[in-house]
Design a protein around this ligand. Structure first.
Ligand code: FES
Length: 88
């Protein structure tokens, strides 16, 4: 069991050509190469590495509060005192 901290609230969007450059050896079709893929940045997707829109669950999270999520659709508050990361 491990605890992993995710601070992103959204997905990363990438084109297939960025994700798999070797694909250009198979096709030059820009419809395929420029197709956008959404990768999970929140850590909650059940279809990793792809975003499955589970990040919608965390949109109401408050800054400075640590949330823990299990396999249930709602988040569980783990602890309510968590210092904000220092900006440099
Ligand atoms: S970013 Fe994680 S499910 Fe969308």
């Amino acid at each position: 069991m491990r605890l992993i901290l995710h601070e992103k609230m959204h997905s990363y969007k990438m084109k297939l050509r960025e994700l798999a450059p070797e694909l250009e050896k198979l096709t030059q079709d820009p419809k395929i190469l420029d197709m956008q893929v959404k990768l999970c940045g929140c850590g909650l997707s059940k279809k990793k590495p792809f975003c499955d829109e589970s990040h919608r669950l965390i949109q109401g999270e408050k800054p400075g509060v640590l949330y823990a999520y299990d396999s249930k659709p709602s988040g569980t508050l783990l602890e309510n005192e968590y210092p904000e990361p220092q900006k440099q």
